[in-house]
Design a protein around this ligand. Structure first.
Ligand code: BTN
Length: 252
């Protein structure tokens, strides 16, 4: 597969593997062996042991979807600023999807960085950072997006094809995706964190709406009122704002 994204560095080195267990694991090996240039992308047509958030697996039918990992070195970020990268990546994917689906207002970012259309999941992100002292040394941004797959094990999953009835050219999609990701990454590198935050909240799934959540003490009713700088979700429950990490809250 030949990719020619119009980017400065993201996807200028591309490693395409017909099959592999996980593109993120491959990217980690490349990094360790000093073979990954800035923006290097590992992509596969058949990911056999994809990893997801919360220790879940990521299933993707061979040849149908996008499963890739981007290597960046955001050494300008402190360890405590990891969520800024997560936000930028989520927005890059949101920008990309907004050009493909209508109405774009149905596209939402489910905290921390899943992409949803309505109440269905179109894709997810798994970011693995390596730290050096107080700085981020490198990040492996693993992205799984459902493109041409029509049938899923889980009823909450969807794809571009399922939503539109069309078949998509994955090469063109990958090129546009890398361009959109780099744009947001450059915005982050330029320090435009206020704009990133504003755009993230504008796209946040269930923001300022009342819904049920599962937390340590059981099911509660609450409203997302924001996301902390450290990435924790701020939920207002019974008039009190409480903050939750990824393992501490489940959307019902
Ligand atoms: C999630 O929603 O749980 C995150 C899914 C992330 C999946 C991608 S696919 C490419 C990369 N390689 C992996 O093993 N996982 C990520």
């Amino acid at each position: 597969m030949v990719l020619n994204p119009a980017t400065l560095f993201t996807g200028q080195q591309i490693i395409w593997l017909p099959a592999c267990p996980s593109t993120s694991t491959e990217a980690a090996t490349l990094l360790r062996e000093n073979r990954a240039s800035e923006g290097c992308v590992v992509l596969t047509d058949d990911q056999t042991a994809g990893r997801g958030q919360r220790g879940n697996s990521w299933e993707s039918a061979p040849g149908e979807n996008l499963t890739l990992s981007v290597v960046w070195r955001p050494t300008f970020l402190d360890a405590g600023q990891q969520f800024l990268l997560s936000q930028a990546v989520a927005l890059g994917i949101h920008d990309w999807a907004s050009a493909l689906l209508q109405p774009a207002s149905e596209l939402k970012l489910k905290w921390p960085n899943d992409i949803y259309f309505g109440t269905q999941k179109l894709g997810g992100v798994l970011i693995e950072n390596s730290l050096s002292g107080v700085k981020i040394q490198s990040s492996i941004v693993g992205i799984g997006l459902n493109v041409n797959q029509r049938h899923f094990q889980v009823p909450t999953a969807t794809s571009l094809a399922a939503l539109t009835g069309r078949h998509f050219d994955r090469i063109a999609l990958a090129e546009r995706l890398l361009e959109a990701l780099e744009k947001r990454y450059l915005q982050l590198r330029a320090g435009q964190v206020g704009e990133l935050r504003r755009a993230y909240l504008a796209a946040l799934y269930r923001y300022q709406e009342t819904h049920d959540y599962e937390v340590a003490e059981g099911r509660v009713r609450g409203q997302i009122v924001g996301v902390e700088a450290d990435g924790r979700l701020a939920l207002e429950i019974g008039g009190e704002v409480r903050r939750f990490g990824l393992q501490e809250v489940r959307y019902v």
